[in-house]
Design a protein around this ligand. Sequence first.
Ligand SMILES: Nc1ncnc2c1ncn2[C@@H]1O[C@H](COP(=O)(O)OP(=O)(O)OP(=O)(O)O)[C@@H](O)[C@H]1O
Length: 465
Amino acid sequence: MALATNDLNAFRMSLGQGIVMMFDAIFLTVITLSIMLSINVKLTLISLIPLPLVSIVATNFGKLIHKRFLKVQEVFAKLTDVVQENFSGIRVIKTFAQEANEYVKFNEQNREYLKANMNLVKVWGILFPLTELLAYLSFVILIAVGASYVVLNIISIGDFIAFNMYLGSLVWPMMAIGWVINVVQRGYASLERIENVLNQSIEIYDKNVDNVTSLDGDIIINNLNFQYESSKSPALKNINLHIRKGESLGIIGKTGSGKSTLVNLLIRLYNVQDGTIFINGHDINKIPISILRKKIGFVPQESFLFSKSVAENIALPLYETDDDKVIKYAKIAEVHEDIIGFNDGYKTIVGERGITLSGGQKQRISIARALIKEPEILIFDDCLSAVDAKTENRILKNLKEVMKGKTSIVISHRISAIKDCDNIIVLDEGRIVESGNHNQLIENDGLYKKIYLKQQIEEKLEEAE
Ligand SMILES: Nc1ncnc2c1ncn2[C@@H]1O[C@H](COP(=O)(O)OP(=O)(O)OP(=O)(O)O)[C@@H](O)[C@H]1O
């Protein structure tokens, strides 16, 4: 936020105002100096004695302004973070009665901002009068030396008066140096911050890709190991899998067992080693990222809706909102009835500027959004958690129709969501510890059966309530 507002503005000012002022000052200085030199070279040089001092001041103060303005912008960025988090987390703050604490934190950050600004203003406050003082020092020198030159008849009184006038014209450019240093150094500091972001290296990009235009959904995973850079232990260990075109795979396992990591790798949110994941016979690293992501419909664990209408949210992957398609997929995702119940139906605005949806409604809208792409591969990352069991069953039934002949991967903590999948894997600490269909896994009498029995008891208890 700070980069897009304050920093951009500071850089704009340095390019606009700063450069105009600089050219103005340079132009005036060059013209005035050449006229002064044509009148008397010696007197010109004498009256410009303070000029080197101006350049010393300019260099030192420039560095200081640069450093202090960087600090101001950093603190401002933190301040905007605090404000933004306070607004987006306003309910959590209120529920935990943390208003007073947050007020104190905001105040502290605000004071930091004030302090950083005051530190900058102090430099600026000295710089401006100092350049002015040096400019007027030239006048003092001129009056002392110029007057003696007149008395000694070295220059005429007319030249002396003219010199005074020309030196007067030089005062502004010398003072302008202070302004220019301030504006340009601020802009330069901001540019540094903006470039810092723009120059971040892109980690996931197309490199020596094959000419792939379609993917049919046959996925092979070979000895896949994966570790996050910031993590001490691998998130996935020695994963081997074959998901055939048109098959459905269910993934279950404790939290943190690597389920999301596995599907995140399939849409290349992270890089994997060559030779570990193949889709349609192509190494995932050789598939253009745009094709890969176009062919995969992904419903993330946390649904994110934009501050747009419901229809626009569902039609996000399309170039143009197609009302028929929007309604068709909203029905499949079992959210159509909810939507027509809103005041403006599909035109209802959601998010910050509109209505607040329930967790289950958000999840179903993001399912419709993934389906509208009509992808070859569909991935559900635990996105039915906020939907009740009956609706979940209806959605899964509808999906079976839509996904006929297409590949799907369903991650869930609930057996009910994955029990009908052609193949199910159980992940534990990054390893596949069991695999097979529902019946085989029950016969196996392992972790899957344990989870199944536990969930059955929970269901019965819920029914009894
Ligand atoms: N971006 C990341 N950086 C570092 N470690 C991560 C990151 N994302 C996940 N992890 C770690 O990797 C491991 C596997 O996480 P993952 O999200 O794949 O688990 P999961 O099985 O999907 O869990 P859940 O059921 O809670 O969603 C965890 O130990 C987690 O802390």
